[in-house]
Design a protein around this ligand. Structure first.
Ligand code: FE2
Length: 238
């Protein structure tokens, strides 16, 4: 319901890991970055298709369904149309924590180097060259952290193994970047964090005593329109 998993204490523990903080601070040029959310993704055995290449963010766009409903995606927008989010310094980092090894067989993420600033359209599966399909981040041992500029093109690959490939994450915004952030961290869990962790989570914590509605929604999520290489059914997202 919150779009996140930070209500689980073991997830919240990931927001302030010293070595990750050091690296993310170096990338953003400041330690004053904030937590947007924490979630992640997984690839089950039997998921034998490629996830199309995509970006995890986009420029701001308002999409109308034609039935009086509107969805807003993204935040950055240049009214003069001279820049888009791909021209910015890195605004948004995702840290994926590997809880299993990434192998050639269990659906490792493929990541296309250097595409965070690319203005080209993201290739569909039919258009995607073989070298991109094979550009997997593997082998990587469990316990590693995959630190991504979420604008870079990436996607899941076939899981031909018999194990779940799961990568819980924590997502950070640069100190100068904001998008609407859903409240997803209960105050009781927030109280267990370090002073740094608390400061970093200040925009996503509930008020003391306020209940957080957690559970599952009908539409389980997907890649936002504008970040994907194939059309999206907005009605299914309601
Ligand atoms: Fe993604």
């Amino acid at each position: 319901m919150t779009g996140g998993q930070l209500h689980h204490p073991e997830w919240a523990m990931l927001v302030d890991i010293p070595v990750v903080t050091e690296i993310v601070s170096a990338i953003f040029g400041s330690a004053d970055f904030i937590v947007r959310s924490g979630g992640g993704d997984f690839c089950l055995p039997g998921a034998v298709d490629y996830q199309p290449l995509h970006s995890d963010m986009s420029d701001r766009r308002v999409v109308s369904t034609g039935q009086g409903r509107e969805f807003t995606f993204g935040a950055f927008s240049d009214p003069e149309g001279r820049m888009n989010y791909r021209d910015l310094p890195c605004p948004y980092i995702c840290c994926n924590f590997l809880v299993t090894d990434f192998t050639r067989l269990n659906g490792p993420t493929r990541q296309i180097p250097g595409t965070q600033h690319s203005q080209q359209s993201i290739p569909s599966l039919e258009q995607e060259p073989a070298w991109m399909k094979l550009s997997t981040v593997c082998p990587v041992p469990a316990g590693s952290v995959l630190i991504r500029d979420v604008r870079a093109w990436h996607g899941g690959t076939p899981n031909l193994s018999e194990e779940v490939r799961a990568i819980p994450n924590v997502e950070y915004f640069a100190p100068w970047f904001r998008e609407p952030m859903p409240i997803c961290l209960p105050y009781e869990v927030y109280e267990t964090l370090s002073a740094t962790g608390k400061a970093r989570c200040r925009y996503i914590v509930t008020r003391p005593g306020e209940a957080l509605e957690v559970g599952y929604r009908k539409y389980l999520g997907g890649t936002p329109p504008g970040s994907r290489s194939r059309p999206v059914d907005l009605d299914a997202m309601a």
